[in-house]
Design a binder for this molecule. Structure first.
Ligand SMILES: Cc1cc2nc3c(=O)[nH]c(=O)nc-3n(C[C@H](O)[C@H](O)[C@H](O)COP(=O)(O)OP(=O)(O)OC[C@H]3O[C@@H](n4cnc5c(N)ncnc54)[C@H](O)[C@@H]3O)c2cc1C
Length: 461
């Protein structure tokens, strides 16, 4: 028992904060958590979960089209956006209530308010109440970043607003080339909107394997999505319900909605970090932390998107759990940020783990590349013009599989399971020794016999 009001005060009721609060309470700590918006945070309220529901909704378009080749005659289908959004809202409200109930059940006190640091041990709530805490966890997440101010930026929506549009836009322009931009491009295209993606770089999905980037782009273009690279939106004009986006290449595009998904910034502003002495990482703008999520102030920790390390829900959860075990469970746990499986829920989806080909070639002297691009079985009867990409990268000197990249239906599910093998340092021989499961797309991963390339780095002379 300390002289503080609580042993732990958590700022932010999202993925990281909720997990940390519950685990710390389970270890016997007196915990309070503050949430200024809705319990569950970005993932539950306006991120992963509602996004995936919209992704499911948009898939039906393809499924209905594909059914014809299998003998089905389906009368012209209609889609009702307000029904989808109302059902999505109901599910999100259910999840929010479940989060709240579980947190309360674990003995954590919830303050439905904004909290900021007054000093290293004092939190000020919006009501004016001050709460003292032995330890503080900052788990305030991140927010969409619209980039430089451009004329008409007030007309632009972000992923925060996209989940609550009153109507399905007939035409939408989305600026951005990352996973959120591409996922929404495919969602809207699947639901019947005319979609244009504008991205300043040379190709979408920066940071992903080059083959994945070009495969995804061509698949999206085949679905009728226009992708304009090497340009930006410089100005947005409004004419009644319509918008004109003026691009840096001199062209302009009319649409019913303009959405930017060009990045997210960590929520560090106006939190009282300076008063408490919490340092920012100059490299990424997030809160600077060590391997145990400890900030520059010994009793203050930070987890999740606010640290801007790897902005994914399972990572925030793992960091929050590790923090609680380390500080209150007397068991030092450091989160391993290597080999995190990730997905892009575009259509077809991407699943990836480990190194890209470029990273593997930079890291290892000899890299074998195994690659297959093939027509999925379902497409033979549906007639859909689509291909699956599968790629394995192998460190030739140890035979270890150091990267795996899949574009195709089910890629996310495949890569989650494959993640176990990669973490266990599976070799290409282990893949080869695994019996294929026929007929699946995944069997290709264990039947890739011949490398499509071997890259050997020339010795430095
Ligand atoms: C559109 C979209 C799709 C995504 N899809 C995926 C996906 O498919 N898979 C995946 O793994 N990740 C996905 N993410 C990322 C994922 O949502 C985040 O990585 C995750 O939510 C981070 O959790 P967190 O606890 O760090 O922060 P958050 O979940 O953002 O929670 C922070 C909470 O703190 C609250 N808060 C902030 N400041 C204060 C304050 N001063 N006082 C009180 N409360 C405060 C906020 O209201 C918020 O609820 C997606 C994100 C977006 C935007």
């Amino acid at each position: 028992m300390t002289g503080f009001d609580v042993d732990l005060f958590v700022i932010g009721g999202g993925s990281g904060g909720v997990r940390a609060a519950r685990i710390a309470a389970g270890h016997g700590a007196r915990v309070m958590i503050a949430e200024e918006y809705r319990m569950g945070g970005t993932c539950v309220i306006r991120g992963c979960v509602p996004k995936k529901l919209l992704v499911y909704a948009s898939h039906f378009h393809h499924d209905i089209e594909d059914a014809a080749g299998f003998g089905w005659t389906i009368p012209p289908a209609t889609f009702d956006w307000p029904t989808l959004i109302a059902n999505k809202d109901k599910e999100i409200a259910r999840l929010e209530a479940a989060y709240t109930a579980n947190v309360e059940k674990s003995g954590v006190r919830i303050a439905k308010t904004r909290a900021v640091l007054e000093d290293a041990h004092t939190l000020r709530l919006a009501s004016g109440e001050a709460v003292t805490a032995d330890h503080v966890l900052i788990a305030t997440g991140g927010a969409p970043n619209h980039g430089r101010p451009i004329p008409g930026i007030e007309h632009v929506i972000s992923s925060n607003e996209v989940f609550d549009l009153a109507a399905l836009p007939r035409r939408i322009l989305i600026q951005g080339g990352g996973y959120i931009a591409l996922e929404f491009a495919c969602v809207f295209a699947g639901l019947g909107s005319d979609v244009t993606v504008v991205y300043r770089g040379d190709n979408v999905l920066r940071g992903f394997d080059q083959d994945v980037r070009s495969h995804v782009r061509s698949e999206m273009e085949m679905q009728g999505i226009t992708i304009l690279t090497g340009c930006t939106v410089d100005k947005v004009d409004r004419h009644g319900q319509e918008f004109t986006s003026h691009l840096s290449n001199g062209s302009s595009i009319a649409s019913d909605k303009v959405m930017f998904a060009i990045g997210r910034h960590p929520n560090v502003a106006n939190l009282g970090l300076e008063k408490a002495g919490v340092a920012i990482n100059p490299g990424n703008g997030g809160i600077a932390v060590d391997g145990f999520s400890r900030t520059s102030v010994p009793n203050i920790y930070a987890v999740g998107d606010v640290t801007h390390r790897i902005n994914l829900t399972p990572v925030a959860i793992r960091e929050g759990h590790a923090f609680a075990d380390t500080v209150f469970g007397h068991r030092s746990v450091r989160v391993d940020h290597a080999n995190i499986p990730t997905a892009v829920f575009c259509q077809p989806e991407v699943g990836t783990i480990g190194l890209t080909e470029a990273q593997a070639r930079a890291q290892f002297t000899a890299v074998d590349v195994y690659k297959a691009s093939f027509r999925p079985m379902k497409a033979t009867l549906s007639g859909r013009d689509t291909r699956v990409l599968m790629k394995l990268l192998v460190d030739a000197s140890t035979d270890r599989v150091v990267g795996c990249h899949i574009v195709g239906d089910g890629a996310a599910e495949m890569i989650q399971v494959l993640g176990i093998a990669i973490r266990m340092k599976a070799t290409k021989a282990d893949f080869d020794a695994t019996m294929a499961l026929h007929p699946t797309a995944a069997e290709e991963l264990v039947t890739l016999r011949t490398p499509s390339a071997r890259h050997v780095r020339a010795a430095n002379l």
